[in-house]
Each structure stands twice: as structure tokens, then as C-alpha cells.
Design a protein around this ligand. Structure first.
Ligand code: ADP
Ligand code: MG
Length: 359
């Protein structure tokens, strides 16, 4: 196989006693949209700044097309960058802002003019060329920032929470634009966000950051269906954890029991599985079946504690026999919900491949 386009190897960054990034390893394909997803302080921005050349790593290497990037100063790396806050030059017009990186690169006037036009078309801001940034909305300013970052055809574009200052509706609109621009330009994008929905909407793959390392990398569906850590399970999709008894585990599959009663077999198990003992069973609200009464023997019972209508689905909060909270989500109009009331006893079932045991 050929060398990956962008390769991050063993990157570590210390600020005095603070370890911002522990050990990040990553390979990115040409044209890929890869997102760093994780909570605040998990090392996403620091990793991006090291890529951009604003910071030097304490350890590790980054290669682009097989060549180390670390020897090249930031302004010569040819990497585009869009930040959270609008970073346009306030005294320049939109057109001048987009032209700026091209003028720095000493492109001819004809070339600059043509490129500015092309970029304005790309971000759908034709006719705004002579405005000042202060005369544009936040969303429009971020589109100009995107146009400016892409004007010199960088092979890699870095974006650090570029939409977090915008409201939800505008954010979704620009997510859509970013997707289209990625498909149209085929630029390789590394994108930082703490918003799982944004990551799922935009990315080819997601790297889940936790405490300065990447916990897991995969497509959205891979991370959702097969989280390797409890942290990833909690970060992608909705999940609840209830305690269970681990009876045995073999080859990544566990046999467990709930409340000392029903036994469940062949559930994927993660972590250093001990021979037996207490463990956590992860269930997703949309993967649980709910029936009325006591039901058959292959599930477990719970009591309804609340029912909330959420538009296209209904959230049923339940309490297990052990007193733990477990959510169930059903489509609006589902027969199991009609006439269901708080305090009702229900029967819950799940498929083994929709559950995970974490030790
Ligand atoms: P994220 O972008 O995931 O929110 P950052 O990469 O900004 O996280 O920060 C990771 C950790 O490193 C945090 O604990 C942060 O406080 C620390 N950190 C970042 N930059 C500096 C710095 N210049 N000096 C000291 N600590 C820093
Ligand atoms: Mg950050």
C-alpha cells in the first residue's frame, strides 16, 4: 500500500507540567474529511496547532506525502486554517480578504481577480466583494474565512470549531455548505468540534479524543455500533449503563445476568474482562423493545417513571428492578405507547449485538 497522505506519529505536547497531548497517532487519506471530536481540554486544538506549525511538538513527527512537516515554518506549510472566531482583517473588504493570501504569494493581478471570483462563487457570496466584514452576518463572515483559507488551493484545510459562535439553524446551514465545498474541492479537511451531531453530519471518519489521546477512530456508524471504550459509547449516540453480573467471558463475548435472574449470552465485552464480577451493561434507548406487562422470559422488567413527547419520537424513562434509570425511545404513534402511564410495569428486551459490556 502506498504511504498515507498525512501521517501523525507519536505526537506529544507538554506545557511545563501540563501534558496537553499525550500520544496521538493518525493516518489520513487524501481528500478525507476527518474530525477530532472530544470534550473541552482533550487536546484537539493543540494537535491542530502543531499541524499548522503554530506550536512545536515535544515529541513525534508529522509527514505530508512522506516528507516531514516539522522542518517547514508555519507560513510555508501551505495549510489553510479557519478558526472559531472570525479572523478577517476588519479594514479590508471581502474581496481583499480573499485576495490577501494570493498577494502574499505574489500572484498576478489577473490570477488574483479570477481566484477571488471563483472563491466567492464557491461560498455563494457573489456580489459581496466590496463589503467590509462588519457589514456581514457571523455566518457570512465564516464563509469568507473559508474562501480565504481555500483561495491558494492548500492540500490540507484545518478548521477549529468554526461554527461554535453561530446559532443552531445557521450552524446546520453552513455544515451543509462545508460538505458541499469538501465534495467540490476534494481538499483534505481536519475539523475540530465537541458536538457529536456536527461530527456525524460532516465526517468520513471521526477520531474521538479523550485526555490527550485518541480513544478510537472510525466512521460514525462504526463508532456507534462498536464502541471500544465506555467513553466512546457515551460520546457517540445516546446510551445508558446499568449494572450487571458478568458470569463468564470468552473471545470478546460475555454471558451476563441482570438482577440475578435472566441470563444474556454473546454480548460484546470490552476492557480487561475479569473471570466474573460486576460490570456495566450499555444499552441505547432506540435499540430497546418495550412491551406491556411481564412479557416473556427473555427480557427484564422495569417501571415507567416518565413519558416525554419529543416530536418524531417519544422518550420513555424507566426504572429497573435495581432502581437504575434506563431510557427507551420509540417512534411517535408506536402501539406500545398508547395508553402507557407513569408507574406502569413494562417488559424490556434487547438483541445481544445491540448491547455492550464494559468491565
Ligand atoms: P481542546 O481543544 O480539546 O479543548 P486544547 O488542545 O486546547 O484542548 O488543550 C488541551 C490541554 O492543554 C488543556 O488542559 C489546556 O488547558 C492545556 N493547554 C493548551 N494550551 C496551553 C498552553 N499554551 N499552556 C498551558 N496549557 C495549555
Ligand atoms: Mg479547542
Amino acid at each position: 500500500m502506498s504511504e498515507p497522505f498525512l501521517k501523525i506519529r507519536g505526537i506529544r505536547k507538554e506545557y511545563g507540567p501540563v501534558v496537553a497531548v499525550h500520544d496521538v497517532n493518525l493516518e489520513v487519506r487524501r481528500g478525507e474529511f476527518l474530525t477530532f471530536l472530544g470534550p473541552s481540554g482533550s487536546g484537539k486544538s493543540t494537535t491542530l496547532y502543531i499541524l499548522a506549525g503554530f506550536e512545536n511538538p515535544t515529541k513525534g513527527d508529522i509527514t505530508l506525502d512522506g516528507q516531514t512537516l516539522l522542518a517547514t515554518p508555519s507560513h510555508k506549510r501551505n495549510i489553510g486554517m479557519v478558526f472559531q472566531r472570525y479572523t478577517l482583517f476588519p479594514h479590508l473588504t471581502v474581496g481583499e480578504n480573499i485576495a490577501f493570501p494570493l498577494k502574499v504569494r505574489r500572484k498576478s493581478k489577473a490570477e488574483v481577480d479570477a481566484k477571488v471570483k471563483e472563491m466567492l462563487r464557491l461560498v455563494r457570496l457573489e456580489g459581496f466583494e466590496d463589503r467590509k466584514p462588519s457589514q456581514m452576518s457571523g455566518g457570512q463572515q465564516q464563509r469568507v474565512a473559508l474562501a480565504r483559507a481555500l483561495s491558494y488551493d492548500p492540500p490540507v484545510l484545518l478548521m477549529d470549531e468554526p461554527l461554535s459562535a453561530l446559532d443552531k439553524k445557521l450552524r446546520e446551514e453552513i455544515q451543509h455548505e462545508i460538505r458541499r465545498i469538501h465534495q467540490q474541492t476534494e481538499v483534505t479537511i481536519l475539523y475540530v468540534t465537541h458536538d457529536q451531531e456536527e461530527a456525524l453530519r460532516l465526517s468520513d471518519r471521526i477520531a474521538v479524543f479523550s485526555k490527550g489521546i485518541i480513544d478510537q477512530i472510525g466512521t460514525g456508524p462504526e463508532l456507534y455500533a462498536n464502541p471500544r471504550t465506555r467513553f466512546v459509547a457515551e460520546f457517540i449516540g445516546d446510551s445508558d449503563f446499568i449494572s450487571c453480573d458478568l458470569l463468564s467471558s470468552d473471545n470478546g463475548q460475555a454471558t451476563i445476568s441482570l438482577g440475578g435472574k435472566t441470563v444474556f449470552e454473546r454480548i460484546p465485552v470490552h476492557g480487561k474482562a475479569p473471570a466474573a464480577g460486576k460490570a456495566a451493561l450499555m444499552l441505547r434507548p432506540e435499540r430497546i423493545r418495550l412491551g406491556r406487562g411481564n412479557g416473556a422470559s427473555d427480557g427484564f422488567s422495569a417501571t415507567v417513571s416518565d413519558i416525554t413527547f419529543l416530536g418524531n419520537n417519544v422518550h420513555v424513562a424507566t426504572q429497573t428492578a435495581a432502581g437504575e434509570a434506563l431510557s427507551v425511545r420509540l417512534p411517535f404513534g408506536h402501539e406500545a405507547i398508547s395508553g402507557l402511564n407513569r408507574g406502569d410495569r413494562v417488559h424490556l428486551e434487547f438483541d445481544p449485538d445491540a448491547a455492550h459490556v464494559f468491565c
